[in-house]
Design a binder for this molecule. Structure first.
Ligand code: NCD
Length: 331
């Protein structure tokens, strides 16, 4: 079986490009049968997938669980309320317990940046998949964003993508920056100065680039896709945010603003949306919005991620993805 460290999915900061591509290929195969009306696959039969969601989530949790079930895995979901974390047990002890129960894979969402990476280092059998950690990474969200773009004919190489809003708190922004630049895109980032961390340009992976742009219209100029970030009201420290109406006035993506992007530019949003704050409903529900398609894409991407985590399907020994990724990595 594929070694454990190559079945975890912690983030896209260092994930080899061959693995990113293999996951997108896997997602394409899954999309074909999911959309073709087939009810179930069985690549995860007899596998136990645990979902540890220690922070609120609707779409990520439901779509991981639905993807696992569509592939015939057994699933158990636990949150901080009602688990032994309530009694002060450490996350690591909880994870060891789940590993001892025989879980094949644990998906973790956690408010602390770095929690999934710390856990993964201490596990010996169970694969760990990051479902979003603090403001660090949300790899499956970025993969499904990429998948949605590619399905609309936007190949990342040479592409200009605008990422707008609260980047400081956004794990979605970080994972997207890593993945898009690794595949050769230029990412133009724009938001209030207090919400754009210093040195963001250095996050770019080669051969892509990150540009921090002051004016929204300049950031949108020539963008083939616009990723609108949720204003993370629950993570605002005092003083970062002028006021919601001020934010909306300066940064809300409206049809008029969108006219600065490339003709036919796609609009993405990870959800949940604050309508009337970062996005105008006419854009969210308009012809360029692919927001609901992103959710559908999430199923296909998570099917691929789960198969990779469990080392089955196209990721089984001798399977096409494993061989291709190994070859490209020069092993
Ligand atoms: C995002 C998250 O929780 O990181 N939502 C999601 O997973 N679809 C984005 C957000 O909360 O802003």
């Amino acid at each position: 079986m594929r070694p454990l460290d190559r079945r975890h999915l912690i983030g896209l900061e260092t994930l080899p490009v061959s693995e990113i591509r293999a996951l997108l290929d896997g997602a394409r195969d899954h999309a074909a049968w999911l959309e073709g009306g087939a009810v179930k696959g069985d690549s995860l039969r007899a596998r136990l997938v645990l979902l540890g969601f220690f922070e609120s989530s609707t779409r990520t949790r439901v779509s991981f669980e639905a993807a696992a079930k569509r592939l015939s895995a057994d699933t158990i979901t636990l949150g901080s309320a009602g688990s032994s974390l309530d009694k002060g047990e450490s996350l690591l002890d909880t994870a060891w317990t789940l590993e001892s129960i025989g879980a094949d894979c644990l998906i973790v969402r956690h408010p602390r940046s770095g929690a999934p990476a710390d856990l993964a280092r201490r596990l010996s059998r169970m694969a760990l998949v990051n479902g979003g950690d603090g403001s660090r990474e949300h790899p499956t969200q970025a993969l499904l964003d990429l998948f949605t773009m590619v399905r609309h004919g936007l190949e990342p190489e040479g592409l200009r993508v605008a990422v707008i809003g609260d980047v400081t708190h956004s794990r979605v922004a970080r994972s997207n920056l890593y993945a898009l630049t690794a595949l050769g895109a230029t990412v133009a980032v724009c938001g209030p100065a207090t919400m754009i961390p210093a040195g963001l340009e250095q996050l770019a992976r080669r051969p892509g680039r990150v540009e921090v742009v002051e004016r929204l219209d300049d950031a949108l100029a020539g963008a083939a896709a616009v990723i609108v970030l949720r204003l993370q009201r629950e993570r605002q420290e005092q003083g970062l945010l002028p006021s919601l109406s001020e934010y909306a006035r300066l940064y809300q993506i409206t049809p008029e603003r969108l006219a600065h992007a490339s003709p036919g530019a796609l609009v993405l949003h990870p959800g949940p949306m604050n309508r009337g704050v970062e996005i105008d409903s006419r854009v969210a529900d308009g012809p360029r919005s692919v927001i609901r398609e992103q959710v559908t894409a999430g199923m296909a991407v998570r099917c691929a991620v789960l198969e990779r985590a469990c080392g089955v399907g196209a990721w089984a020994d001798g399977g096409p993805r494993r061989e291709a990724a190994l070859q490209e990595a020069g092993r």
